[in-house]
Design a protein around this ligand. Structure first.
Ligand SMILES: [Zn+2]
Length: 715
């Protein structure tokens, strides 16, 4: 921890007559009385960037709540007599004099405590750069900020229901006196983040100018920080062997999967080759690579000593005798054409050629990242999880000889999602679990997820990373399957989830308001549940609460009434090419013409109009209802564009139809430009998908990528 200078300690505590006289009887802390501020915000003489950020966040909310301008002052240079009370932010000399923190805090741990005339808000911090603070996927050791948020939420009833000013719920008040506070907290999950939040997504489409895009990403990042997304540890996971074919394809063909006919090579591209995991040379090479990395870079303290054994992004294919002997008996091997030997190498090549590299992959697993043409429920998915459990155990045993602290991390994924039947996992092994599906995420999927997850747990896994793709579902349109997702989130937490990464945050804030709030809220309380999140969301709607509840509940009901077969039907009515149907993550907008009808919009506009009437006179609530309405309008215009596109494609050469599409597309973009500063939607995310469907979004020029995050030192 940081060492304080003694002279600064002395400077903070000179007594001021009025302070002790006026408030001697008060055991707590007076922030304001009758509109007059009684406290300033004191930061260390030389604050860390995160301490400054924390102080600015506190000031921002106090100013809004009380209609005043709170002062941030550096310790030692403050006029301690000006205010009778002081917030002390971070590692101040005053905190040290008050015996705080009094011990080494854990990462993500914070303290909120009153003492004397001070309210101390501090936590474990690092020297993270100010501009890196919104990068929630890097190591985010800055718990002083969390102490501030904890105070804002608990003493000032602040909530953040979506990014941007309309999502800030800051109750107005003229007085606030708090009693004695003495609490600490720590974030329950070690890693809490979502992919897709990097501001340098390309191509640069969707926003009419780069400044608006930047503003959107900055507001979104701030929202995620306010909800304590981040990670206190850096880990290497993800597809680990993408370069192996290039490195060892010639020298060590025995490292790689054996295909029909006995050849060892990738079934598609080199980066998607899978390993022959029963081969001791593979374990030794992994450990050698890890040791080299650890000695060179890893042990400097940036990363955990984890050995990444996460397979490449493909089904596991090795048919060699030894790998097969590691598989638990499973009647599905005999039913699957790949495993029973009735498919030839030529056929595999042909399927991959016709349906893309993952077209063949689909024969061996039933993941549903997109909506497949055939019914994946009918596929005989023979499980190779026992093989992989043994692989992880063997690498763990091997690496333990080199470094007892090293831990293997491996996937439960593709055709090894199900739990091993026979093999028990070494307790050091960490499993990164990727559920097979996200659309629809229904009872059947939930049951399957729970059975698999619990099975791995019973096989000895003590620690999981949960890595669902839930957020890929739903585009820029009203969508919410949050209730069941939150139930499974709680289930995962209760059964060993220590970290969670979602793929990906779409940022459809207006249309996914309830879903996104519920998910993000649960990162810092995995047992929070959908109903409590819903109550918090609705508390922001004043006298329109019941009508907004009908709107939100209506979206949940609408989303969850769609069965797999329903989705499948409209998906393949709207196929836009490739291996997956319309409405998959890369072409979400394709189904819009069939997913919604005009009545959906008429009913919901009418509901929101009634809500606005009920909120008459409350401009903040009206702005929030208007925010929801903007999302709905964007959906409607996107749907009309899709309908016009289909009509155009059905009548090649028909100029009127082509013009109609052009007009609809322009109207949609004009509308988006008119609301792009309101945090309604990450239009870049959606436009990228629409561009892949062939919609003529134009790329804007922009400034270079923001600087990549810097390395941090902890204090
Ligand atoms: Zn093998």
């Amino acid at each position: 921890m940081r060492v304080m200078s003694v002279s600064v300690v002395a400077a903070v505590f000179f007594a001021v007559a009025c302070v002790s006289n006026c408030f001697a009887s008060s055991a707590g802390f007076t922030l304001a009385r009758d509109g007059k501020l009684y406290a300033d915000i004191v930061i260390p003489a030389k604050p860390l960037d995160c301490e400054r950020y924390a102080a600015e966040e506190l000031k921002y909310h106090i100013d809004k709540a009380f209609g005043v301008a709170a002062e941030i002052v550096n310790e030692g240079r403050s006029d301690s007599g000006k205010y009778p009370f002081h917030f002390f932010i971070g590692a101040t000399a005053a905190a040290r004099a008050a015996g705080l923190p009094g011990r080494e805090l854990k990462k993500d741990e914070w303290i909120v405590k009153t003492s004397g005339n001070g309210l101390f808000l501090l936590g474990r911090d690092s020297n993270i750069k100010y501009s890196d603070i919104g990068y929630t996927w890097i190591r985010t050791v800055y718990a002083t900020i969390y102490a501030v948020y904890d105070f804002l939420e608990n003493e000032m009833d602040v909530k953040w229901i979506w990014p941007g000013p309309t999502g800030e719920v800051i109750p107005k008040r003229s007085s606030l006196e708090v009693g004695r506070i003495d609490r600490t907290g720590i974030e329950p999950l070690e890693e809490r983040f979502m992919h897709g939040t990097q501001p340098w997504l390309s191509p640069k489409v969707g926003f009419s100018n780069e400044e608006s895009a930047k503003r959107f990403y900055a507001g979104q990042s701030k929202f995620l920080v306010r909800h304590r997304l981040g990670r206190r540890r850096m880990t290497k996971t993800g597809h680990a062997f993408e370069k192996w074919w290039k490195r060892f394809g010639k020298s060590n063909p025995e490292f790689f999967n054996e295909l029909p006919g006995g050849v060892r090579r990738p079934a598609s591209s080199g980066s998607l080759v899978t390993l022959c995991v029963s081969q001791p040379g593979v374990w030794k090479q992994i450990v050698k690579d890890w040791k080299d990395w650890w000695e060179k870079d890893g042990r400097r303290g940036w990363f955990e000593p984890w050995v990444n054994c996460c397979e490449n992004d493909y089904v596991v294919l090795c048919r060699c005798g030894k790998c097969r002997s590691w598989d638990a008996p499973d009647e599905r091997f005999a039913k699957c054409r790949y495993w029973n030997g009735s498919i030839t190498l030529d056929e595999i090549g042909q399927i991959a050629k016709e349906r893309g590299v993952y077209g063949f992959n689909a024969m061996l697993c039933d993941n549903r990242w997109g909506i497949p043409k055939d019914d994946p429920r009918l596929r005989p998915v023979a499980s190779v999880s026992d093989r992989y459990a043994r692989f992880y155990n063997n690498v763990q045993a091997e690496v333990r000889k080199v470094n007892p602290a090293a831990r293997v991390v491996g996937y439960a994924y593709e055709n090894y999602t199900e739990a091993p039947k026979e093999v028990k996992l070494d307790p050091s092994v960490i499993i990164e679990f990727v559920p097979r599906s996200y659309l629809p995420y229904d009872k059947e999927e939930s049951d399957f997820f729970r059975k698999c997850f619990l099975g791995w747990r019973k096989a000895g896994v003590k620690e999981f990373i949960y890595r669902p793709n839930y957020m890929l579902a739903g585009g820029n349109y009203p969508f919410d399957q949050g209730r069941i997702i939150l139930e499974d989130f709680a289930f995962a937490y209760t059964n060993g989830m220590k970290a969670c990464k979602f793929d990906s945050l779409r940022g459809s804030w207006a249309c996914h308001a309830m879903l996104d709030y519920a998910l993000i809220r649960s990162f810092r309380n995995p047992l929070f549940g959908y109903d409590r999140a819903r109550d918090e969301m609705l508390s922001a709607f004043g006298s329109a609460r019941d009508l907004v509840a009908r709107y939100i509940d209506g979206i949940h009901e609408f989303t969850t009434k769609w069965t797999f077969d329903d989705f499948h039907k409209i998906s393949w009515q709207n196929h836009t090419g490739g291996n997956h149907g319309g409405g998959s993550y890369h072409n979400n907008a394709a189904i819009l013409g069939d997913y919604f009808d005009e009545k959906f919009f008429a009913d919901n506009y009418s509901l929101l109009d009634s809500a606005k009437k009920a909120a008459a006179g409350d401009s903040e609530v009206i702005a929030r209802i208007e925010f929801l309405r903007k999302g709905l309008r964007d959906t409607e215009l996107t749907r009309l564009t899709r309908i016009a596109e289909k009509a155009m494609k059905a009548a090649p050469g028909d100029k009127a139809k082509a013009d109609a599409f052009d007009a609809a597309f322009k109207a949609m973009n004009a509308y988006r430009a008119s609301v792009e500063d309101d945090f309604v939607c990450n239009f870049r995310y959606e436009a990228r998908a629409e561009k892949r469907m062939g919609w003529p979004h134009k790329e804007i020029s922009g400034s270079p990528k923001p600087a990549k995050p810097a390395r941090q030192i902890e204090y």
